[in-house]
Design a protein around this ligand. Structure first.
Ligand SMILES: Cc1cc2nc3c(=O)[nH]c(=O)nc-3n(C[C@H](O)[C@H](O)[C@H](O)COP(=O)(O)OP(=O)(O)OC[C@H]3O[C@@H](n4cnc5c(N)ncnc54)[C@H](O)[C@@H]3O)c2cc1C
Length: 365
């Protein structure tokens, strides 16, 4: 990084694609959540749509791994950006980031991408519902609206395990105190003896929602949190007759059990089908030395699962970008939904969940 970085004002802006970034700060948010701040190696303005995410390309124990993280900062502060990561028990990348990433380290990222953002989904009256680390996209949106004095009526309802797990608590309280159109409500599942908590306790339910946001039917809902939380919210809103066209959510991924059941099901289906071998395409995974012949309609992700390789997968719809891998030969048909940039595609990257080989292919994995 150049010595004169601090004085070197540059109006060149970031474009979607593959970037090298440098870690410039690590902030301890809670016991198991940290914010990592980054700048590009040469100064650029990091523009993105609040709510979008980047995918980190890392090498851990000699293996290339990709994981997506929402940009938690706002493009209104464009000379750096941050991601906020929760340490997941036994999780490979979240633990690696917490234990190894330090100031000055250089990392490769892809993006920013994502359709769950407040530029593409526009509303002047919003209800932000988050659970745990699912707060990150909603925080980016809130920071943007706050910094730009946007005419948006924001009702932010965050659910946390306990008071000590509330991410960004001081900043949220500051926003609530300083602008009229920001209303903060926090629901803690529980609190321990000795903890001072006078907010809502338990889970966000119908009774609490009707007190916190009596006008919720007129609001656009942005929701992000654990799968069980989002499914409870959807069920509650549907039960209340909410117009689900005004409901938008971001999933951080399926629990591993679901992915494993999925792969097992696909393996069984494959074994039971009788097909002409001419209809089978070879998918080779060059890093692990594994290969398999799959049927014409199966995805690269399925092929990996069938040979016992776990490519992390989030949405399964080509939106989240988690399952990005590099294709070194062959052709695929990729029907993604915005989870990969054009530059990445030109560089040979594909989203394995929605890429169907059109012949024999080789994948770096
Ligand atoms: C669009 C998007 C945005 C995201 N934004 C954020 C964000 O802002 N902040 C954030 O913290 N996360 C975010 N995530 C989630 C993130 O991408 C990772 O999925 C998360 O950090 C876990 O990754 P990991 O490598 O630590 O865990 P993994 O290694 O992928 O493991 C995931 C789970 O599987 C379990 N597991 C792993 N291996 C085994 C095994 N052998 N046996 C049994 N269980 C096992 C782990 O215990 C863990 O529960 C986002 C995801 C998406 C798709």
């Amino acid at each position: 990084m150049s010595e004169d970085f601090l004085t070197d004002v540059n109006t060149q802006s970031w474009a979607n694609g593959r970037h090298e970034v440098q870690c410039v700060n690590v902030i301890y948010e809670t016991m198991d959540v940290r914010t990592f701040c980054f700048k590009a190696s040469s100064p650029v303005m990091h523009f993105f749509k609040p709510g979008q995410f980047v995918t980190f390309e890392l090498e851990i124990n000699g293996q290339q791994v990709f994981r997506s993280y929402t940009i938690s900062s706002s493009p209104s502060v464009p000379y750096s950006f941050s991601v906020t990561i929760k340490r997941i028990p036994y999780g490979e990348v979240s633990n690696w980031m917490h234990d190894n990433l330090k100031l000055g380290d250089l990392l490769t990222i892809h993006g920013p991408v994502g359709q769950f953002n407040c530029f593409d989904i526009v509303s002047e009256k919003v209800l932000l519902l988050s659970g745990g680390v699912g707060i990150t996209p909603l925080m980016s949106m809130s920071r943007w609206w706050y910094d730009t004095n946007a005419n948006v009526d924001i009702n932010f309802v965050h659910s946390a395990r306990s008071p000590r797990d509330i991410i960004y608590h001081d900043e949220l309280k500051l926003m609530d105190a300083r602008i009229d159109n920001f209303n903060l409500n926090i629901v803690c599942q529980r609190y321990e003896n000795g903890e001072n908590w006078s907010g809502y306790t338990g889970f966000l339910d119908r009774a609490k929602l009707e007190i916190i946001a009596p006008d919720f039917m007129q609001r656009t809902v942005f929701c992000c949190g654990p799968a069980v939380y989002m499914s409870a919210i959807r069920e509650m809103l549907e039960g209340l007759g909410f117009d689900m066209a005004n409901y938008h959510e971001e999933s951080f991924g399926s629990p591993p059990e679901e992915s494993q059941v999925d792969a097992q099901q696909q393996a069984d289906d494959n074994a039971n089908l009788e097909v002409d071998t001419q209809d089978l395409f070879q998918v080779e995974f060059s890093n692990s030395g594994k290969a398999i012949k799959i049927q014409a309609e199966q995805t690269v992700h399925t092929a990996a699962a069938l040979v016992g390789l776990h490519i992390p997968k989030g949405c399964g719809l080509g939106m989240c970008g988690t399952c990005i891998v590099k294709k070194t030969s062959g052709e695929v048909e990729m029907s993604h939904n915005g989870g990969i940039t054009e530059e990445d595609v030109e560089d040979g990257y594909i989203l394995s969940c929605c890429s169907i080989p059109k012949g024999d292919v080789s994948i770096e994995y």
